[in-house]
Design a protein. Structure first.
Length: 473
């Protein structure tokens, strides 16, 4: 049995610019499969790192003759890329079993199997145990016994029962960076840490205890939050540092949580005496930062240099509609505390909520300017399948753009009650122009004592991000 995992050729998200992330999802799956069935021949092909185009991908499938091709999916905007990948495999050999999964295809399993004959099986939800059972299944009839999949049988679409989640994440193998060892030094995030500092992705938990209406994650993980122990996370930090030269680590948790576990993680990292060239990045809630401010000095000592905050909006009623559970004052205090502890404050904002107007978005721009985070990303409220926003928008006929490739948070998919999609798109451009077009902020960014801030502002200027957003209007 030969299994080929593929990270397809795809375009970068231009707002964050030039970056090459490791294909974390499929190397995690590959490592689990390797552990539980060492007789299977496994290959991970990262087309982006190896600079393989679609013609090269077809040739690779021809040369390696896999029995199973499993494509990374990552996000809704990559839907057609995934379909093309599996179509390429079927073109080479129609008998190849083609598989994909992830949030989008889990949420759209019925629709996707109906629309894309190239997909044989969709793995719904958590994939490790499901994929391993699939690889051990030698006949089509055996698919009926595999929980957590959707597939076709004699023209009918079958949805098998959902699979129970893995109870102890510490029992998972370390992510399979050895499958991409020939290209692991290429993984970088130019805007964050430059191109010369290889980075890795590590997972410290799955899911989130909150239920934000725009988020695909909490439903995907069955509304549960499961955590690895601090020791296990620190072990993975050291593993990728020692074995693969990773110096920047993205702890990819949907919700870092801060609190006692964060202190334990910081202490575990410091205890290992990892050199000062290790830095790491997390996503966190504003209220968690505020409520656990005493943890910040220890986290900074352990190498935490960058935190992404879900600020989202300045309007309490909008935050309530999002079920966000924070206040604008939480955001102000969180940004202040991060800066006070020399941790780069990265804020995310959302426009395009149903009640948004020119006036409310102008107020958000003023709020962002007064908040003055080190880095700001503005996005358009996007109805991703699997979210409450999508359910409501679809029910009410608000969705005006059904091209999945545009579901990247920078294309306006829906109007508001008073703004057309074009007007929402114009407002997104104004948000970036307001924040990054300020000459005083530019000079402060270019001359900042914080190296990360200098790099970001220089990078944004060189890449012409504002001009690219203007072109979308």
């Amino acid at each position: 049995m030969r299994v080929l995992f593929i990270e397809p050729p795809k375009d970068e998200w231009f707002v964050m610019g030039e970056y090459l992330p490791p294909p974390f999802g499929i190397i995690q799956l590959a490592a689990f499969l390797e552990k539980h069935n060492p007789t299977i021949e496994i290959e991970v092909l990262d087309c982006n790192a190896e600079q393989i185009d679609w013609i090269g991908l077809e040739r690779h499938v021809q040369t390696t003759s896999p029995d199973i091709v499993a494509s990374s999916s990552l996000a809704t905007c990559n839907t057609y890329t995934v379909v093309r990948t599996l179509e390429t495999a079927k073109k080479v050999n129609p008998k190849i079993l083609t598989i994909t999964g992830g949030q989008h295809f889990t949420a759209t399993a019925e629709e996707s199997l109906r629309m894309y004959p190239e997909i044989d099986v969709i793995v719904r939800g958590e994939g490790e145990e499901t994929l391993t059972e699939l690889a051990n299944t030698t006949s089509t009839s055996g698919l009926s016994k595999v929980d957590g999949i959707s597939y076709r049988n004699r023209g009918r679409i079958i949805h098998n029962p959902s699979r129970r989640l893995i109870e102890n994440l510490d029992e998972l193998p370390y992510p399979g960076y050895h499958f991409v060892k020939n290209v692991v030094g290429k993984y970088h995030f130019a805007a964050m840490v430059g191109k010369k500092k290889p980075y890795a992705i590590i997972e410290g938990s799955r899911g989130c205890p909150y239920e934000c209406t725009f988020c695909t994650q909490w439903r995907h993980w069955q509304c549960k939050w499961r955590l690895k122990t601090a020791k296990r996370v620190a072990d993975e930090f050291q593993f990728v540092y020692d074995n693969f030269g990773s110096r920047f680590i993205w702890l990819t948790d949907d919700n870092f949580g801060v609190g006692p576990r964060a202190i334990d993680l910081a202490d575990e990292i410091v205890k290992r005496k990892v050199p000062d060239d290790l830095t790491w990045f997390v996503q966190s809630r504003c209220d968690d930062i505020v409520n656990n401010r005493k943890a910040l000095p220890r986290l900074r000592k352990s190498g935490l240099t960058w935190v992404l905050l879900g600020v989202e909006n300045d309007e309490p009623s909008t935050l309530q509609n999002f079920k966000k559970g924070i206040t604008p004052q939480n955001s102000r205090e969180a940004v202040r505390l991060l800066k006070e502890n020399d941790i780069f404050a990265h804020a995310m904002f959302i426009i395009g909520e149903r009640k948004d107007t020119h006036k409310s978005i102008a107020r958000l721009r003023a709020f962002a300017n007064s908040l003055d985070p080190d880095f700001a990303i503005f996005s358009v409220l996007t109805p991703f399948p699997g979210t409450q926003v999508y359910d409501e928008a679809k029910k009410n006929g608000w969705i005006k753009d059904f091209n999945w490739a545009h579901y990247d948070m920078v294309h306006a998919i829906m109007p508001t009650e008073t703004l057309s999609t074009r007007e929402v798109q114009e407002e997104l451009y104004k948000c970036y122009r307001s924040f990054y077009g300020s000459w005083s902020r530019r000079f402060r960014g270019f001359l900042s004592a914080n190296e990360l801030k200098r790099r970001i502002f220089l990078y944004m200027a060189r890449r012409g991000i504002i001009a690219q957003l203007k072109n979308l209007v």
